[in-house]
Write a protein that binds this ligand. Sequence first.
Ligand code: ADP
Ligand code: MG
Length: 622
Amino acid sequence: MAKTCAFKAEIRQMLDLVIHSLYSKKEIFLRELISNASDAIDRAKYLSLTDKTIAPEAPVWGIRLTADAEAHTLTVEDNGLGMSAEEMEEALGTIAKSGSKAFAEALKEGKETNIPELIGKFGVGFYAAFMVADSVTVDSLRRGEGQKPVRWMSAGDGEYTMDDGSRTQPGTAITLHLRKDMERFAEGWELRDLVRRYSDFIAYPICLTEIGKKKDGESEGGKDKEEEKPLNTMTALWKRPKNEVKPEEYEAFYRQTLHGLGEPMRTLHIATEGTLEYRALLFIPKSAGMELMMPGNKHGLSLYVRNVFIGDEIEELVPAWMRFIKGVVDSSDLPLNVSREMLQDDAIIRKIRADLTNRVLKALAEMAKEKPEDYDAFTANLGDFVKEGFHSDWENREKLTELLRFRNLKDGKFTSLRAYKDAMAEGQKAIYMLTADTLQSAQQSPCLEQLKAKGYDVLFLISPVDQFIASELYEYDKTPIVFADKGDLKLEGEDAKKELEAAEKELKPLTEAFAKHLEKTVKEVRLSTRLTDSPCCLVQDPTALNPAMRRMMEAMGQEVPEEKRILELNPSHTLIKSLLAETDEAKRDDAIDLLYGQACLAEGTLPPDPAHFNRLVAGLMR
Ligand code: ADP
Ligand code: MG
């Protein structure tokens, strides 16, 4: 017997908003209905384990879409648990569900712009059907003994009707009478596309029947009815046990689904259990795709919740510096169909991100340890991301420090701080570094002469990212980090100190002459402990901006405050010694200009007056 009931006020309010929402992605209704169907099968399967009356016929579990393009109807049918009259009334008509209640409360706060997000958030997905349908019929037969079919109908206008149904097979069929401008949802091409996009990894086959298609002569053959092919592939790679997935399957997924290039460098297949349950399939690529180089480009992982696709490029799943990682995450702890907005401060997402980050860091550390040649290749192509991480990811700074690599002076190879420290010479008190534009100019810097003479290695910071992290490198494992062109090199012992003091006295007239002549260009002139072969070099205060960084910022059009350098003279160099004896002031000043110009060239900058410098060199040659 039919009975007509009014929806509870909150549901009416919600329906009104759903129907009139201007949200463009109406298509999400389909993944909601499919996901409900899949849930119903899950429940039936689960109950049938203990209750023999639930599924005595041992059915082939599945979901069927029936599209009638002429009648403009779409039916989503499953052979899952079904609903009794009471269950239906409770599930589709009252506010008993906690989700609806919370939804109604959110509505009272007046956030009507986010209806579809709210639908997902509060698990009231069924009502999304009213975004595309002007009436919805639910026909259901509950599994188990002594059940009768029931039918629910509503036009979303504040009332619903319940009546006896006519279904003979257990399960549920939900029929949508599509709105005028929503008729495409009864077209096969649209449904195929939507299933592949949103529901591909639903674990049960989703098949499609197109009514009236054959009449139009549009379908081919028509004989292959028995071997009907589901629209979804059903095979979520990450759901399968690790040891059953072949390397080529991972690769195919990496290339086809994630649009990766070539083979991945490493594959991480993650299945956690316990307090945080999720599965993930992550790939560390061999090189960065072009898209990573473009600022503002989207990145991130794909997210599934209980087999339902939520979205891709979910940036919240990995820290920004890890944007080179490709992959998918599947969580059963998240509410189905969470909105992107919610992800930002979701506690579960935060936990997953922390766990994923740890695992990637661990994989990189393992690679560095076990396959250093692989890690070198990784460093060459993607090492800048690790450095960006060192700069930005404070929580993981310690681990990231171990993953940093710099080319060294000794053999030009990538070197870790740990390896450098372990190989330090006896008596060496600091880790030496130098920033430069290129490996070549670093190798030839006069600032390294004493260090070379002592047999100390030096690490070079030559990529643009290096310039940003240089100021954050001041210590490693209790050993100070010293930049070869900055401040005190911590080289000399007591004897050397005395020697320097004596030389300072002796050369005082010359350093003063330098200081006077270069008054406008340099901040200070002093004697050096870093030189052996060169007569002089330019250095700077420990706090000053690196010359390479300065040039980079200037190239980017940024204004960089003027900062004078320090000129250091080599007290044991013959040129310096003989200049002390020069009495002709004009000649001495020319020599000072020449020496200063050379110091500039040695670090890759031009002499302050290149024409004047050229004339001086030409004069020398004559
Ligand atoms: P949720 O799926 O988050 O519970 P929905 O609004 O999507 O919220 O669905 C409401 C309820 O309706 C479900 O919890 C379920 O009890 C019932 N339901 C919906 N679709 C089906 C179906 N195909 N078979 C059985 N029950 C269903
Ligand atoms: Mg649902």
